[in-house]
Each structure stands twice: as C-alpha cells, then as structure tokens.
Design a protein around this ligand. Structure first.
Ligand SMILES: [Zn+2]
Length: 369
C-alpha cells in the first residue's frame, strides 16, 4: 500500500516538475517597438459597424486597457489624431478573417492603426453561435487584432492570444504571455502588478542667478567651513508632509510639489555672518531627494556625504516653496557656493567638480567684507 502511494507521489512529482517547466517558458511574446506615443490610442469605428459589433470590440479593447502594470489604453476622443480605426471591409487575402495595418512615421511611433474585419464572413457576438460552422466570434478576433493595434506582434507561445496560428472559435481573455508582452511594451512606472507605485524619477532644472565669486561673497548671509554631520530624510513641501502624488492610468503628477532634504553642518569656522543658534550647527537645505519609490533630482544641487568637509556660501530662505517647512535653514549658492574639501589631500572642488583655491576664494570674500 505504502509502496503504491510512493509510486503515485513520485509520478505526481514528475508531472508537477514537467508542468512547471511547461508553465514557465522564456518570454515568447514579440513586439518590434511599434508603439503609441504616450501609451494610448483613440478607438474609432466606421459607420458600417452596428452597435452590437461595436460593443464586442469595446469589450476586447477594455481587456487590453485593463491589464495591470501596463500603461497602454484605448480611449475615446474626437480631436486626437493618433487613432485605431475599426471597419468592415475587404481584406488582403481570402483566408484572412481580419487584418491590421499600422502607419508609422519615421519608424518611431504608431500614427494610425486600421483594423479591418473581412466583409465576406458571418460575424457573431454570440459565443455559442461562434461554434457553428462559418460563424466567427467578433470579440475573439477583435481581441487579437487590437493586440496588433496596441503594438504586439505574433507570439512564439502557441497558446497565447497573439499566436500566429489560428485561434480557437472563442477566446476572449489574454494569457500570461500576452499580458507580459503588453507590459514589456508599455512598462508602467505608475502601477506595478500589485498596485504599488513603481520607481518614479522627477528632474528639476533651473536657471541660476549669475554671480561672480566676489558678488557671491558679498551677497551671502553666512560663509562657513564645517563638516557634514547628518543628512536628514527627504520631505515633501505639502502642508502636512504627505506624498502629493496623483496617479491615474495615464498620468503621474505631484501638482508641482517638491521634495527637499536637509543636511546638518557642524560649523568649525565662520568667515562671514553670525550663527543664530549656539549649537554651532546649521541646516543647509537642498532641493530633491528620495522618499519611498520617488526620487527628485535637482540638476543644480550638489550631493553631500557624511563626514565630508565643506566650505559654504549660504543664503537665507527668502520665501522658497519650502519656506515654512521645518526648522531654520539656509540654501547654498548652487554648486559654485558649495566647496568640498578632501579630508586627507585637502584638495577642494566646487559643486561642478572644478578644483578651487580656497585661500584665493576667501581673500576675494575678505576684500568685499
Ligand atoms: Zn495576427
């Protein structure tokens, strides 16, 4: 008895192993990077399609649109010029049930996709009727053709909806290979498959008020030398510090809110100005930073590391976006007013990575004091 069970279990194990191998093939889907700019295409119909035909095509379109983790979607618009048009008409070959033609400009993005259902076939919206000879299920064929319209090519997975070989009479859902394919073509930074936001990077570019070294020294409130004590976590400039991200299927927005991070500097020497606190510590604020899955990078902000020696030309916060956020703080003049001194070699470089002669720089400051 036990032996028999053992045999069955072994057989079961082998079957499961084979099943696992079969179920986890290498990615079989294909796309040739033929895709829609901004991950979307308007869906339109020619006038010779009746409403039940249209609703079957809509169902198929929604199946592609609702794939989680993909940013692609079909939508309605009467003004947008990049669209998928579905019609009933003559096809290129007698054995074609339907076909998709894509028009691309400069080999980059799809401009127009024309899906034609053959006008020589009997089409049905009734899945039962689809099993009777010479009737074809609209939704099944629409799902496949709209996959092409979205940008998918034929898959090497012979069970995929996007297979090159003939489809079953009725197949109204996507396989794992199909959904993996559309995700690969339109990777969404907005949603991952479990609904959690994937990594987002936001870049901030600015035009800086120009200043000579002398002007920088003259205008700075504080010029100090010190060391980086602590780099505090980034925070949003929302009233309660909450994440302002707004995500929909096609948009990601922070509504203009910014990330900031504060750096605590222990001051060793003051060349200009006075510290308001006796602690000998000041806070230098930098635009940008990382929180959770969002990183904001300000191209004009230098990066500080703990323990590093710095010479800073600091300015009061005269009402930036983060004016009322957190403790008293200063901003350094971008890059040029942030000088990093190597602890061992004593070589100083500014935020642009240019070598700086500190003595010369400070004497320029002194002459203006
Ligand atoms: Zn096809």
């Amino acid at each position: 008895m036990i032996k028999k069970y053992h045999k069955i279990l072994t057989l079961l194990f082998i079957c499961m192993l084979v099943a696992c191998v079969l179920m986890a093939p290498a990615a079989a889907y294909n796309h040739q990077s033929r895709k829609w700019y901004d991950s979307k295409s308007v869906l339109t119909f020619s006038s010779n399609l009746n409403s039940s035909f249209r609703s079957s095509v809509y169902n198929a379109a929604n199946t592609w649109t609702s794939v989680s983790g993909s940013s692609f979607y079909f939508y309605n618009s009467s003004t947008d010029t990049c669209y998928t048009s579905v019609q009933l008409g003559a096809v290129a070959q007698p054995n074609y049930l339907a076909q998709e033609q894509a028009i691309m400009y400069n080999n980059s993005y799809k401009q127009l996709s024309l899906v034609t259902f053959s006008n020589t076939r009997n089409w049905t919206t009734n899945s039962t009727l689809a099993y009777s000879p010479f009737h074809y299920d609209i939704q099944t064929v629409a799902l496949h053709e709209l996959g092409h319209a979205a940008g998918m090519s034929h898959s090497n997975d012979e069970n995929a909806l996007m297979r090159a070989s003939a489809l079953p009479s009725v197949m109204r859902t996507l396989t794992v290979d199909d959904t993996a394919g559309i995700r690969a073509l339109y990777p969404s930074y907005r949603h991952s498959s479990n609904g959690v936001l994937d990594n987002v990077e936001i870049y901030v570019n600015a035009t800086i008020e120009p200043m000579t070294e002398e002007e920088m020294a003259e205008k700075a409130t504080l010029i100090v030398k010190g060391s980086v004590k602590e780099i505090l976590p980034a925070q949003w400039d929302t009233s309660d510090g909450s994440d302002p991200s707004i995500r929909t299927k096609d948009t990601y927005s922070t509504e203009g809110y910014m990330l900031y991070h504060d750096t605590v500097i222990e001051v060793d020497k003051i060349y200009k100005g006075k510290l308001s606190e006796e602690s000998g510590k000041i806070i230098v604020r930098l635009p940008g930073g990382s929180t959770g899955s969002i990183t904001m990078i300000d191209d004009n902000s230098a990066q500080y590391s703990k323990g590093e020696q710095v010479l800073l030309y600091l300015f009061e916060d005269t009402g930036t976006r983060s004016y009322s956020l957190g403790p008293e703080h200063y901003f350094a003049y971008p890059r040029q007013g942030q000088i990093f001194i190597d602890n061992e070699s004593k070589i100083a470089v500014n935020g642009y990575g240019e070598k700086v002669d500190i003595k010369k720089l400070l004497s320029a400051s002194a002459s203006k004091n």
